[in-house]
Design a protein around this ligand. Structure first.
Ligand code: ATP
Length: 578
């Protein structure tokens, strides 16, 4: 599925630099670990001749498939129970090797690295010296012992945007087994934090996504990482449009933790809708996390939650992801009710994408072409709009964003409106497991009390977002939050001066991030709206990047109805407002 807005703005550096999650592999290590590295190096040099008497082996390889005897998950938990003494941070595993739990990284000191570091790491590891390597805990996928061998699987950077699984193996003496067990338990604890280990994944691969490479990318970039992290994965290749709705509608929700869509934003849209159609919709939507491994032409979901549109980095983010409630939006149009997780647009954004399909030969430039021709033509999209506003002014929206960023509730408290609204029809009552009832009725009902239809004869861009990035380089909704229970609504008149319009277009940049503050941009946090296009025979409406009939529709948001995995557990990987 194409999400048009991805082509707006400048091509910026990899997103995630300002993210809230753990550092990506390419980021520099904090001073604390650099210091630890130096200290370790000195200690190692001075201790060379004594104490460490065990033999060691070190291998770095991809796709390690050993099946050890010991089930570490069980033995670590048993070891940890009733055991209060601290585990030594440093493990001497061989005559010349040691493994230390640093502040943010596993620090491996191994003289073998001297031979391999320069040739294999291309300077991507933040190593202190030639024989040390700091592997961020974020990159550690698994560790276990078996047959007096300690094996550590980690995501090794091949380039700035690609990681591949790699293995370190060290032998240790049988007498050390209890100590090593405890150390491994600690390492996994630091490496996963509040993220669930060994996630059970149902992967859906859309072979038609993007340029048709999803299957290749899944097997090359995603599956080896899942396996190295001990995740159980079942893979299904979708055969036709809409199949993911059926698959999600029938999936055994107790058998999986995650549905991973190897696709663009189209498959997650279908999966949310499939889960939403079930009789146990509420339970299914809260139990199963829907995630995106970016393989499509529009991968906004992954940019927002994984902080990347690289398939392997996204898989690592999913392996380490924290379950996060996601607001979902009910759209009623005609007699239908569908769920939207990303955006709805009427006007220039919808049209520049959906109306330029015949210009696909132009490549990605087709969107800019479509956008600029409408911009210079000062195209307007007249409509009547009624909005249920939650936060009206920009300073209050910024304050709301800051509050949520620093003072957020536990995930369990971030579903339903119990604490937000008196008329909470959507909060889980415990009796009805289907989709929550509509608080504001459908588009066919009388306007809800207090709503007023306002004519907008000069509307240029009606754009409602539930996530910040609409593409890797287009940060449209800088104050969007995963589960604040509000949609972010942008309205821009189509008759502003051409200079202002071009400036505005260029401000939708991942770093300049000035769209929010632009005085020509109306920006509100809303709970619901109705939009009725008028004075046009036909036109374009896009829901999550997909074209729907050019008819009135109504939207209302359900706080934390869905579930995704995010790096931080409560924020998107976007820089936020200035
Ligand atoms: N085997 C298939 N054949 C054709 N379409 C499919 C198949 N499997 C899934 N689809 C459909 O492909 C559509 C687009 O999917 P997705 O968003 O993953 O890719 P995209 O590359 O981002 O989108 P687009 O093709 O619009 O650029 C979805 O609506 C989905 O239903």
């Amino acid at each position: 599925m194409l999400n048009v807005a991805r082509h707006i703005g400048h091509v910026g550096p990899i997103i995630g630099e300002h993210g809230h999650g753990p550092p990506l592999v390419e980021e520099r290590q904090p001073v604390s670990d650099t210091k630890t590295l130096e200290l370790l190096f000195l200690l190692h040099c001075s201790n060379d001749d004594h104490e460490i008497t065990h033999s060691f082996e070190m291998t770095t390889s991809t796709n390690y498939h050993d099946n050890p005897f010991v089930d570490p998950a069980t033995s670590f938990e048993e070891n940890a129970r009733g055991n209060s003494f601290a585990v030594d941070a440093t493990l001497a595993v061989g005559r010349n090797a040691s493994l230390t739990l640093g502040t943010d990284s596993l620090i491996v000191l191994d003289e073998q690295f001297e031979n391999t570091n320069r040739s294999t790491c291309c300077g991507l590891w933040p190593s202190g010296t030639a024989n040390t390597r700091a592997i961020p805990f974020y990159n550690v996928l698994w560790a276990e012992i078996g047959d007096s061998i300690l094996t550590i699987q980690y995501a090794s950077p091949l380039s700035k945007t690609v990681v591949r699984p790699a293995t370190l193996s060290y032998s240790f003496e049988y007498q050390q087994v209890e100590l090593v067990n405890k150390w491994v338990y600690k390492l996994l604890d630091r490496s996963y934090g509040e993220s669930q280990k060994k996630k059970r994944v149902q992967a859906l691969v859309n072979p038609h996504s993007g340029k048709g490479s999803a299957e290749k990318w899944y097997y090359r970039d995603a599956e080896p990482l899942f396996k190295a992290a001990q995740c159980a994965v079942d893979v299904v290749k979708t055969k036709y449009m809409g199949e993911a709705v059926e698959l999600a509608g029938a999936v055994d929700i107790d058998a999986y933790d995650v549905i991973a869509c190897c696709s663009g934003d189209g498959l997650p849209h279908e999966v949310f809708n499939g889960l939403g159609k079930r009789v146990d919709a509420k339970k299914a939507l809260s139990k199963l996390a829907v995630v995106n491994i970016p393989c499509g032409s529009g991968n906004a979901m992954s940019c927002n939650l994984n902080g990347t549109d690289s398939a392997s980095l996204a898989t690592l983010a999913i392996i380490k992801g924290i379950p996060t409630p996601l607001d979902l939006i009910s759209i009623t149009q005609g007699e239908t009710r569908t769920l939207s997780f990303l955006s709805q647009s009427v006007g220039i954004v919808a049209e520049s994408d959906l109306a330029t399909e015949h210009l696909r030969w132009m490549g990605s430039i087709r969107f800019e072409y479509g956008f600029l021709t409408r911009l210079f033509g000062k195209t307007v999209y007249p409509c009547d709009i009624a909005v249920k506003v939650a936060i009206e002014d920009k300073p209050s929206i910024k304050a709301h964003y800051k509050r949520e960023k620093t003072n957020f509730e536990p995930a369990s408290e971030r579903r339903g409106y119990r604490h937000l609204l008196d008329d909470d029809a959507s909060a889980s009552s415990g009796y009805d497991d289907a989709l929550p009832p509509l608080r504001y009725g459908t588009v066919n009902d009388k306007l809800p009390e207090g709503w007023e239809l306002i004519p907008h004869d000069k509307m240029g861009n009606f754009y409602c977002g539930n996530m910040a990035f609409m593409a890797a380089d287009a940060n449209f909704f800088s104050t969007a939050l995963p589960n604040d229970g509000y949609m972010d609504l942008i309205c821009i008149n189509g008759d502003i001066s051409r200079i202002s319009a071009v400036k505005m277009m260029l401000s939708v940049d991942v770093h300049s991030n000035k769209l929010f503050d632009n005085p020509d941009v109306s920006y509100r946090k809303v709970l619901g709206y109705r939009i009725i296009p008028k004075d046009q025979k036909d036109g374009y409406i896009s829901i999550d990047g997909e074209r729907v009939p050019f008819q009135p529709f109504q939207a209302e948001v359900h706080k934390g109805l869905g579930t995704v995995l995010s790096k931080s557990g409560h924020m998107y990987e976007s820089p936020g407002p200035l």
